[in-house]
Design a protein around this ligand. Structure first.
Ligand SMILES: Cc1ncc(COP(=O)(O)O)c(C=O)c1O
Length: 427
């Protein structure tokens, strides 16, 4: 299937014979199924689109596979970590810890014990999401710069579970407590070098301009001598054909306006950061599965594949929609379609990829397929593999990256030993 890596709206093919120039049948033959396949070219393209920002900081929670992380690092992108484990991953691919360039930033609402020890041991810059973090950090690491992640009092998100602001969100420092946080920081000699808001406005520019205004007002009210402002993540991608692509220029202009006005007032330069996860990696990811059963239940037809919500949880978690294609060895357009429900192998009725929020099962019009055909869950590169579980004692899928038309194994499928590792029968 051909497509231009420059198009902001990629196609939604019903049949797919290739991923990034490699035959899907060959990928399945070489690596088995279920397997995540990532088109690295596409990640490079998404990075290049954001180059007007001074710093692109990858929110690796979206996909922290080492090969992906290293690829992103090679393209000059810094990294966000939300746990000790993500700091380990960042360092493993060569991100330098320390305060010099803030290559790695720890952003969270708490320090669990492992995280505080990790940021102390490696002097990692911290973006505080709660007042308590300031005390816990200040006691161990005084006289350093920190940044504040602020909850401006309102939010946005594609589902209740992804809403990142407002009084029902646990994220960030409540906007009315920012002054108190400046005072807390001062007690430890900590300077607040930047402000951060991750609200996820998507394509809603009215909302985004409220976020920018809120950032500006807070910086002004507190006479914050900040050196960075971060727009957070939340850049959307289209999961369905009718979804519009984000207008990046408009998005940048809004944030840049805020940055410039603050710069003029403060009389020094301010770096503008963006912290995308999904935008960089979602479209690059394809979950390759095999159809293992085709069932009829009353009027409904089911394609049951060998990947389940243990591999891709977004549909069961949020009712998320992923484009689906059938792997094909032919170049021709499919001639027969049918409405099908796509499900996985798990012993759980919610193990359905075609469902809406609330668990309502829906069907999808897909090409007629047979047992043994490949079915590809597309745009699965963000919040896909990272949310894997071993539910039903299923192994994590393999992961493959495609670079310059060559496929490479990035992670082996888990073995039975991997699944049992660490367990003991204590008698
Ligand atoms: C603080 C922060 N930054 C960035 C992101 C990345 O968001 P997205 O993948 O929507 O760009 C998240 C996601 O939850 C986040 O919490």
């Amino acid at each position: 299937m051909t497509r231009s890596p420059n198009s902001s709206t990629l196609d939604f093919p019903a049949y797919r014979n290739q991923i990034a120039g490699v035959d899907v049948a060959k990928l399945a033959q070489d690596f088995g199924t279920p397997t995540y396949v990532y088109d690295l070219n596409l990640i490079a393209h998404r990075i290049s689109e954001l180059e007007s920002f001074d710093v692109i900081r990858y929110a690796q929670k979206a996909n922290s596979t080492l090969a992906v992380l290293d690829f992103v690092r090679q393209h000059g992108v810094k990294v966000d970590a939300v746990s000790a484990g993500e700091i380990v991953r960042a360092m493993k691919v060569g991100y330098r810890p320390g305060q010099e360039n803030h290559d790695i930033v720890y952003t969270a609402d708490i320090f669990d014990r492992a995280a505080i020890e990790m940021v102390v041991a490696h002097d990692i810059h911290c973006n505080m999401g709660s007042p308590d973090m300031i005390d816990q950090y200040g006691e161990r690491m005084p006289d350093r710069p920190i940044t504040l992640r602020i909850n401006p009092g309102f939010g946005h998100g594609h589902s209740q579970k992804t809403n990142t602001g407002g009084p029902q969100s646990k994220h960030g420092i409540w906007h009315e407590q920012v002054g108190e946080c400046f005072a807390r920081a001062e007690r430890y000699g900590l300077t607040i070098s930047g402000l951060h808001m991750h609200i996820g406005s998507g394509t809603d520019f009215e909302h985004l301009s409220q976020v920018c205004d809120s950032m500006e007002t807070l910086a002004r009210e507190h006479h914050a001598p900040i050196k960075t402002i971060s727009a957070g993540g939340g850049l959307p991608i289209a999961y369905e054909p009718n979804q519009e692509a984000i207008d990046l220029e408009r998005y940048y202009d809004l944030w840049n306006g805020t940055r410039q006005r603050l710069q003029n007032e403060l009389g020094h330069s301010i770096e503008l950061e963006i912290e995308p996860g999904r935008y960089l990696v979602a479209e690059s990811g394809f979950l390759l599965t095999e159809i293992r059963a085709i069932k009829e239940m009353g009027d409904n037809k089911f394609y049951l594949v060998d990947a389940g919500f243990n591999n891709l949880a977004r549909p069961i978690l949020y009712g998320a929609h992923h484009p689906i294609s059938i792997g094909s060895s032919s170049q021709s357009e499919p001639s027969h379609y049918q409405d099908v429900i796509v499900g996985g192998p798990l012993c759980e009725s919610g193990d359905i990829f075609t469902q809406e929020e609330g668990g309502f099962v829906t069907s999808r019009r897909l090409p007629k397929a047979a047992i043994g055909d490949l079915l590809i869950l597309e745009r699965a590169g963000a919040y896909g593999f990272v949310m894997s579980s071993n539910y039903n004692s299923k192994p994590f899928a393999a992961e493959v990256v495609i670079r310059e038309g060559q496929s490479h194994l990035a992670r082996k499928r888990q073995s039975d030993d991997d699944i049992l590792r660490g367990e003991e029968i204590p008698w």
